[in-house]
Design a protein around this ligand. Structure first.
Ligand code: NDP
Length: 322
């Protein structure tokens, strides 16, 4: 029997190809002169897909009837229609856990940058303005603030652990209450009223689309700070730009945007937004760990029929092979 054939639709971290080398036949679709011809020619051979950001939906999977697993790079898998995959008997995997600390560190850095206006202060120095006088005192301090975490999951918990030593109190809103010490808000709006930092760490996708709208921003209030390390789709960006411009909230720190790499012009225009180019997990060690987990998922699937980290939508499909 030949090696299993794995399709890689777009470029991925090189550790994925290195880890699969010699164990699978890898089709690098983005290198093909005519990708559609490759898909048509190999449609009955390709049994797995390894993907970093390509949209994989039902229509895509219908072109590849032999595929049984889609191994995604990243814990967020909103680019993969896991429900459509499950309907077709296709398992989806992601890379949870190995990036929690990195993303939580980024969230904390972004929070401090935003509260204390550190990027603005650095730009002030580089522009030579320090000679004219000190950078203005910031309105906000981190001390004594109350943080509401929207999405107290793996990364949310790592963020909660980190803010405790800063003297920041924590509450959270999930759809389900957890057995944790933090105050639970059954409603997001109620949480926005009760805190002055809103930390967004929920998954993207249809269920969370624009959860942060004008009403939630109004509830957060004029001392409020919004930090988003989740997905840009969770926030109504035009409403956020308005809220930052007119002082409905104090400031925002954003690592993610709805139409990456394009950033809503209203967010680029306001001085009280700190903007990062989706670097939450972007270190070499963490990205390598994520790539290795993609490889482990595929190799474990080929050997035992058991992926390491299937997404919840695939739960019914995951059972050991006879
Ligand atoms: P988890 O699945 O561990 O946690 C997600 C949490 O969100 C759960 O506690 C869940 O609780 C809650 N949640 C889900 N849907 C809703 C909803 N509709 N309303 C309220 N709460 C909801 O995920 P992770 O912590 O591992 O990752 C979270 C997200 O962070 C990823 O999906 C990804 O999009 C983003 N991320 C961003 C990165 C970056 O580079 N900026 C890097 C890595 C991840 P419940 O089910 O009870 O609602």
């Amino acid at each position: 029997m030949g090696l299993p054939v794995v399709l890689m639709p777009g470029r991925m971290n090189p550790v994925v190809a290195e880890g699969l080398d010699g164990k699978v036949e890898l089709i690098r679709l983005w290198e093909a002169a005519d990708p559609d011809a490759v898909l048509a020619e190999r449609r009955d051979d390709i049994v797995a897909v390894a993907t970093g950001g390509t949209r994989i939906d039902g229509a895509f999977l219908d072109k590849l009837p032999a595929v049984r697993i889609v191994a995604g790079f990243g814990v967020g898998y909103d680019q993969i229609d896991a429900a459509a995959a499950a309907e077709r008997g296709v398992v989806v995997t992601n890379t949870p856990g190995v990036l929690d600390d990195e993303v939580a560190d980024t969230a904390l850095g972004l929070l401090l940058m935003t509260v204390r206006e550190l990027p603005q202060a650095e730009r002030y120095l580089r522009a030579g303005k320090w000679r004219d006088g000190p950078y203005p005192l910031t309105k906000a301090t981190l001390h004594g603030r109350r943080m509401g975490i929207l999405g107290l999951g793996r990364i949310g918990q790592a963020i909660a652990d980190r803010v405790a030593p800063f003297g920041v109190s924590v509450g959270y809103h999930n759809r389900h209450r957890k057995d944790v010490e933090y105050h639970y808000y059954p409603s997001l709006l109620e949480m926005a009223r009760g805190v002055d930092i809103l930390m967004i760490v929920v998954p993207g996708g249809g269920d969370t689309r624009r959860l942060i709208d004008a009403e939630v921003l109004e509830a957060l209030g004029p001392d409020g700070i919004l930090i988003n390390v989740a997905r840009g789709t969770v926030v109504d960006e035009p409403a956020l730009a308005d809220a930052l411009r007119d002082g409905t909230i104090l400031a925002a720190g954003l690592d993610v945007f709805e139409d990456e790499p394009n950033v809503h012009p209203g967010l680029l225009d306001v001085p009280n937004a700190v903007l990062l180019p989706h670097v939450g997990s972007a270190t070499i060690p963490t990205r390598n760990a994520m790539g290795n987990l993609v490889v482990e998922n595929l190799l474990s699937w080929f050997s035992y029929g058991l992926p390491v980290t299937p997404v919840p939508e695939s739960a019914d499909l995951v059972k050991p092979r006879d």
